[in-house]
Design a protein around this ligand. Structure first.
Ligand code: CDP
Length: 217
């Protein structure tokens, strides 16, 4: 059975960085599932469509190809907002499921981060991490990232974005953001990146030993 690590959590909690680090540590491929939703949102907007139109979003999700995931526009503030708007549609989520399942099925395993990986996409994942941090801490991290990318935005605006996104992601009926019952919670509010990576590694090591997975090399 592939060794699958599911890393879920709210916006800017640090789950992507932690997932990347774990993937490197164990020599596993990493999928940032948020990119799929971002690509759908950006595709709808680029074609002049309406994010409130579920059918347009579903069509964009079905048409998604690997090249769409490399677009630098996916990292913008606008793309994050568009992603969370199209992510509420069950048909969009269904269209993106097969790709995520195939990614999780590869040997010797995979690291996938998102909102519903441990609950819906890979409920049988060997290891599940739910990464959180206080909204103010997440806003500060995201603000630095966006400004570093050249965006002009205030801290207050980013905090507003985060609160709105938290509410939408947690409140939606289709695969809401929530920790799986068997996920280990990791609050990174008071941790540096290195401390969080260390804590994540310790948590995942226990699952790795349980499953008997040995990384190559
Ligand atoms: O990086 P950040 O946490 O801000 O966002 P992301 O992981 O790229 O996800 C962007 C949006 O996509 C989220 O706010 C969710 O609405 C949606 N998403 C989802 O519904 N399910 C996933 N597995 C991943 C992302």
């Amino acid at each position: 059975m592939p060794f699958v690590i599911a890393v879920d959590g709210p916006a800017a909690s640090g789950k992507g960085t932690l997932a990347q680090g774990l993937a490197r540590l164990y020599g596993l491929p990493h999928l940032d599932s948020g990119l799929l939703y971002r690509a759908v949102g950006v595709a709808v907007e680029t074609s002049g469509g309406d994010l409130g139109d579920a059918a347009a979003a579903e069509a964009a999700a079905r048409a998604l190809g690997p090249a769409d995931l490399a677009d630098p526009r996916l990292r913008t503030r606008e793309a994050g907002e568009a992603a969370s708007r199209v992510a509420v549609y069950p048909a969009v989520r269904a269209a993106l499921k097969a790709f995520q399942h195939a990614f999780a099925a590869q040997e010797p395993g995979a690291v996938i981060d998102g909102r519903d990986i441990g609950t819906v996409i890979c409920p049988n994942a060997a290891a599940k991490l739910f990464v959180t941090a206080r909204p103010e801490v997440r806003a500060e991290r995201r603000w630095k990232q966006l400004v570093g990318q050249g965006e002009t935005v205030s801290r207050a605006e980013v905090l507003d974005d985060i609160r709105i996104r938290d509410e939408r992601d947690s409140g939606r009926a289709a695969s809401p953001l929530k920790a799986a019952d068997d996920a280990v919670l990791l609050d990174t509010s008071e941790m540096t990146i290195d401390e969080a990576a260390d804590a994540a590694r310790r948590i995942i090591e226990a699952a790795r030993v349980r499953q008997g997975f040995t990384p190559k090399g």
